[in-house]
Design a protein around this ligand. Structure first.
Ligand code: HDE
Length: 658
């Protein structure tokens, strides 16, 4: 029925009461009132995109899993990145773990690899999951803080839970403030199994390696980005894909057998441990390409329902207790969120391959039986008898043998809580170590209770004495507490693993990064054009920033539109900055606080800066005199925008930090 009037409700008289009879109003408001579904308890804030996985070579020796059977096979994918602690409307640059959930629509059904950007987790037993999540999220009486762990409850819990220590090192590192979803790794975390056609099992840990290299922001940037652009990560991914710059990640596998598992120093079922890449190399088996944004955020990103128990023949679980707990939890949570067991009928969740079941009815059933047979065994003719099991092609659980008394118990092999935390810290560059120290000091300084601060330092003494002392000093603790009691004496002799550092695994190019160019009236048009070309050649992006969004008139008399007004585009939104001014215009810019912050922040965040006639602005920003080699005066003889872009490949001029 076509609506005749969508501007006014039905009422009696010109100014009289609304009438119950107004079914159009009732329906419109009824639907609106039910627009929200429960947000995810964790990982509420997320962003999903489409893509595909392309396999490099047949892995039939290892697995019969469909995506790995032949070279070049493509499998459709949907990926949802997320933060964990914040609610749906929180900001993107929270210090937090990022979810990296991948749904592969294989020809044997959906395989969900629901991972994070950090390879370990806070807890060893799923029964502690509600506790760690409660402690991390907003405190129950006041409903804050939002999207941050810098509060008493979180540090109280983790300081009483020694198994969290390794994870703490990771989340206090810059891994927890990635520059972009495009520049971070993903990890399946648990040990899984690959199973081949003969039923032979190989243990595997899954990795996603960004072809764009690793990159993070610094904490002071994160704080400012959250104000300037709370959607920084989702906008970044959206913009890159829309511009045709498709993010790619290689799927890596660490493959090992029982014999390695037995001799490895830690339990391969313990999700608070990694296997260093130097010990078991990561074999790159294919690539994930993200090439399409969603048509509708709700239909796809909100309604996508990842379930760790969605696996396909050729993949299997291990007894990692956390994985076993997750396999129970995800189905439950999707039912609660989506309201019906038929969430698998939604287009984003439905398999792309043919499938058949005897499931029926329930809320919102969209795939319904149309023949008489809805049970099995039955004796109806083949055309209507419905599906049957297939012992050959179907899924069979790997026949692992386990026996023992039923007990609530933590295995002895899970008892070492500090050795790998030490290894992680020892594997970082000095810049990264300092960031970890700063993050501990920042977070603990937000705890009101001194005893909680001290308890964390006591645990850190088992990790690294220098780290503990630096944190204690940063907190102004009057004295160093005794080291926390250990279930097992920590080892400090594990070889450092360079794969754990972000800076040692940074990009080799500036591709995919973004330059902010602050321009003024009278700026050198030729230089701007050279800069645009150099940025394009580097496959990077460029945004024009000006005092007014209407833009400026350059020295050739042409108007250059601005992408951003200076107040809305602080330098924290860019990987490197350029200021193209004239002496007169720079003096005017010097009077604008956001322009002063633009350069002083870029400098403080160790960014590469190029400029032309911007001296007055630098002086006003407190950066007079000779600056370091990370600041290029484009008027100087021999300086060129191409050289500047080459320099930018290092992403930051870290020498400035020291
Ligand atoms: Fe999750 N987790 N989780 N988790 N998780 C959820 O499922 C849970 C864990 C991860 O983009 C929930 O749909 C338990 C580890 C991601 O939609 C819920 C335990 C890892 C996502 C749930 C864990 C993850 C979730 C909440 C401990 C990394 C977002 C909403 C045993 C390997 C997926 C939902 C998306 C989401 C339970 C631990 C990753 C409640 C019980 C370890 C990426 O089911």
């Amino acid at each position: 029925m076509v609506v005749g009037d969508d501007q006014n409700t039905l009422r009696s008289g010109e100014r009289g009461p609304a009438l119950l009879e107004d079914f159009h109003f009732r329906e419109k408001i009824f639907h609106f009132d039910h627009e929200r579904i429960p947000e995810r308890v964790v990982h509420a804030r997320g962003f999903g995109v489409h893509g595909y996985f392309e396999n490099y070579e047949p892995l039939t020796e290892l697995t019969r899993a469909d995506p790995f059977q032949e070279a070049g096979r493509r499998t459709e994918a949907f990926v949802r990145f997320s933060t964990v602690a914040g609610n749906k409307g929180s900001f993107d640059l929270a210090r937090d773990v990022r979810g990296f959930a991948v749904k592969l629509y294989t020809r044997e059904g959906n395989w969900d690899l629901v991972g994070n950007n950090i390879p370990v987790f806070f807890i060893q037993d799923p029964i502690k999951f509600p506790d760690v999540v409660h402690a991390a999220k907003q405190e129950p009486d006041r409903g804050f803080p939002q999207a941050q762990t810098a509060h008493d409850n979180f540090w109280d819990f983790v300081s009483l839970t020694p198994e969290s220590t390794h994870m703490l090192l990771w989340i206090m590192s810059d891994r927890a403030i990635p520059r972009s979803f495009r520049f971070m790794e993903g990890f399946g975390v648990h040990t899984f199994r690959l199973v081949n056609a003969e039923g032979k099992s190989t243990f595997v840990k899954f990795h996603w390696k960004p072809k764009q290299g690793l990159q993070s922001v610094v904490w002071n940037e994160a704080v400012k980005i959250n104000g300037a652009d709370p959607d920084f990560h989702r906008r970044d991914l959206w913009d890159a894909i829309q511009a045709g710059d498709f993010p790619e990640y290689e799927l890596g596998m660490q493959l090992f057998d029982e014999e390695f598992a037995d001799r490895f120093g830690f339990d391969i079922l313990d999700p608070t441990k990694i296997i260093p890449e130097e010990e078991v190399p990561v074999r790159r088996v294919g690539k994930l390409v993200l090439d399409r944004v969603v048509d509708n955020f709700f239909a796809e990103t909100e309604q996508v329902a990842f379930c760790t128990q969605n696996i396909i023949p050729g993949i299997d679980f291990t007894d990692d207790p956390l994985l076993q707990g997750r396999n129970f939890s995800y189905l439950d949570t999707q039912l609660k969120r989506l309201g019906s067991p038929n969430f698998t009928h939604l287009p984003v969740n439905a398999p792309r391959c043919p499938f058949a079941t005897f499931q029926q009815d329930g809320h919102m059933a969209m795939v319904n039986p149309t023949t008489r047979a809805n049970y099995e065994p039955n004796s109806w003719p083949d055309e209507i008898k419905g599906p049957r099991e297939d012992p050959k092609r179907g899924f069979h659980t790997y026949p692992d043998t386990e026996a023992g008394p039923k007990r609530r118990l933590r295995a002895e092999s899970f008892a070492d809580h500090y050795s790998q935390a030490h290894q992680f810290f020892a594997s970082q560059t000095s810049v990264e170590q300092q960031h970890i120290i700063d993050a501990f000091v920042f977070e603990l300084s937000k705890c009101d209770r001194v005893d909680i601060r001290a308890r964390v330092v006591a645990a850190l003494r088992n990790v690294d004495e220098d780290l503990a002392e630096a944190v204690a000093d940063g907190l102004g603790l009057p004295e160093l507490p005794e080291p926390a009691r250990c279930a097992r004496e920590p080892r400090h002799d594990l070889e450092p693993s360079p794969a754990l550092s972000i800076l040692l695994n940074g990009p080799e190019t500036f591709a995919g990064r973004k330059i902010g160019v602050l321009v003024t009236d009278g700026a050198d048009a030729k230089l701007l054009s050279e800069l645009r070309q150099a940025v394009q050649a580097e496959q990077a992006m460029l945004e024009i920033v000006a005092a007014k969004v209407g833009g400026v008139v350059t020295d050739d008399g042409e108007r250059v539109e601005a992408d951003q007004k200076i107040d809305g585009a602080p330098s924290v939104l860019y990987d490197a900055v350029v200021i193209l001014a004239t002496d007169k215009a720079a003096a005017e810019l010097a009077g604008l606080a956001p322009a002063r912050d633009f350069v002083s922040d870029a400098y403080a965040h160790c960014k590469f800066i190029a400029h032309r006639e911007a001296g007055a602005l630098f002086a006003a920003a407190g950066l007079g005199g000779t600056l370091d080699a990370g600041v290029v005066d484009l008027a100087a003889s021999g300086a060129s925008v191409t050289d500047f872009l080459t320099q930018c490949r290092d992403v930051r001029y870290w020498a400035r930090a020291s």
